[in-house]
Ligand binder design. Structure first.
Ligand code: C2E
Ligand code: CA
Ligand code: CA
Length: 456
């Protein structure tokens, strides 16, 4: 730091003094010097770049002292640094980090602050005029990284946040850049993303869902809807699927596609699932006891349950507590959601099958291991994804659908098609030998009471 520019106060000056006679200006100056010293000592050991704390301090200072400029923060993370360490060794990993640090350091100058937060995360705060300048920086750094001689492919991902004003906290910029970065992490075809307003709205929505979820569970804001599954030839309701809805006191009814991804991140999907399952078992149990008509109602099992052993016990307990034969509650699972933990999932399912539960494979055709699963796993029902029949006018789609149905019939698994919306789709499916469907053409999901009234 240039001592001349710092305007060191004179101890003898007639500056304001505190009640003990201390020179306040000098006192503040020494506090500031201490902070600066702290920053200088806050460099990352391996690369010598500023660490996170120092970066935030320096970045805020630069922005505050030059408020007429526009600023952006560029955050970078490697999508596969762990693999680099594992396959090429830690020392090669360290060399790579030093190489990246030198790429970032080459931008370091007055008003540009660069940092190595930790591990494989680097950042830069820089003034700019046009967004293209930021994209050019990203491309140059990517190119430099690609030049590093190493046996693994290194995949950097960049998130860019443009400051809304020069007093925007650097920590917010970091959060926003990180959010943008996570939208593209691991993608080969795109390695940077700007934080935009949609992302901000999504983040606020996620925060609101996180804040409201506990109260929602405690005050019974979740309701179970059932969508009937029908026999296409007779129109008869043969089954149902339980689908959750959130009756939010301010936002009205929220669909699961909006809140389930958030609940899967924070784990609360487990509580919501257990609530839905309990309602289904309770309702079926009560009707069986009264001798009323009952059909199987399938329940959705979030992939998060695989990590939580208690879900098996929970299902077994529910069937015992409400005296419901488990064939009345088939389990819908999406295989693609379990790619990394498929073995564990199938083991859990096999245990549950011993208790009499049935497995329904949801969204068939959207995951990439569905075919292998057909050969080896004990599937009772396949639900062909809506995407398969969305394009019925395309002759190739018709070939795929009819042959898929044929194959599944030969394998002796029950087949149902999801998302049937019109008569044309129905007629084609019946022609292909498929009997069961679920879709708006027949019924939309409805409150559980309405479903059982309809069944009666
Ligand atoms: P899913 O299991 O594939 O459920 C079918 C979804 O397709 C439902 O959306 C349903 O309303 C919709 N659908 C049915 N027929 C048609 C149609 O003809 N056209 C169109 N466009 N859509 C149709 P929903 O209820 O919004 O649920 C979305 C997803 O949320 C479900 O997909 C499921 O993955 C998840 N989900 C819903 N309830 C639960 C739950 O209690 N627990 C868990 N873990 N996931 C749930
Ligand atoms: Ca489902
Ligand atoms: Ca589905």
């Amino acid at each position: 730091m240039d001592e001349e520019k710092l305007n060191i106060p004179n101890a003898q000056s007639a500056a304001p003094q505190d009640k003990d006679g201390r020179n306040m200006e000098l006192y503040l100056y020494s506090l500031r010097k201490m902070a600066e010293h702290n920053v200088e000592s806050n460099r990352t050991f391996m690369t010598g770049l500023y660490n996170l704390r120092a970066f935030q301090y320096k970045g805020a200072e630069v922005m505050r002292e030059n408020p007429d400029l526009k600023y952006a923060m560029i955050l970078m993370d490697l999508a596969n640094f762990k693999t680099v360490n594992e396959f090429c060794g830690r020392s090669a990993g360290d060399e790579l980090l030093k190489w990246i640090a030198s790429a970032f350091r080459s931008y370091e100058r007055e008003l540009v602050v660069v940092s190595h937060f930790r591990a494989d995360i680097f950042a830069m705060l820089t003034p700019f005029e046009k967004e293209e300048e930021l994209v050019a920086i990203v491309k140059q750094i990517s190119k430099k990284i690609a030049d590093f001689k190493i046996a693994c492919k290194v995949l950097p991902a960049f998130g860019i946040c443009i400051a809304t004003d020069p007093f925007m906290p650097v920590s917010y910029m970091r959060d926003y850049a990180s959010l943008a970065m996570n939208t593209i992490k691991g993608k080969f075809y795109c390695n940077y993303a700007f934080f935009d307003d949609n992302m901000r709205k999504q983040m606020l929505l996620e925060k609101q869902i996180e804040n409201d979820i506990v109260e929602a569970l405690e005050t019974g804001q979740f309701r179970v809807y059932i969508q009937p599954k029908v026999n296409m030839e007779t129109g008869e309701i043969i089954d149902g699927e339980a689908l959750v809805r959130w009756y939010h006191p301010e936002k009205g009814v929220i669909g699961p596609n909006e809140f389930i991804p958030v609940l899967e991140k924070n784990g609360f999907i487990i509580n919501v699932d257990v609530y839905v399952w309990t309602e289904v078992f309770r309702y079926i149990g009560e009707r069986l006891e009264k001798g009323e008509k009952v059909v199987p109602i399938s329940i959705n099992i979030s992939r998060l349950h695989v990590y939580d052993d208690s879900f098996k016990e929970c299902l077994v307990r529910l069937k015992d507590e409400y005296h419901v034969p488990p064939c009345y509650v088939p389990l819908e699972l999406t295989e693609s959601g379990f790619v990394k933990t498929a073995d564990l999932m199938y083991q859990n399912i096999k245990d549950l099958k011993k208790h009499g539960f049935l497995l329904s494979m949801d969204d068939f055709g959207t995951g990439y291991s569905s075919m292998a699963m057909l050969r080896t796993q004990p599937v009772d029902e396949i639900k062909i994804d809506k995407g398969f029949i969305d394009d019925m006018n395309n002759p190739k789609s018709r070939i795929v659908v009819s042959n898929t149905i044929n194959m599944l019939r030969e394998l002796n698994v029950e087949v149902i098609v999801e998302g049937v919306e019109d008569k044309e789709q129905q007629d084609f499916l019946v022609e292909c030998g498929c009997k069961r469907a679920q879709g708006f053409y027949y019924y939309k999901p409805m409150p559980m009471e309405d479903f059982f009234r309809l069944l009666q």
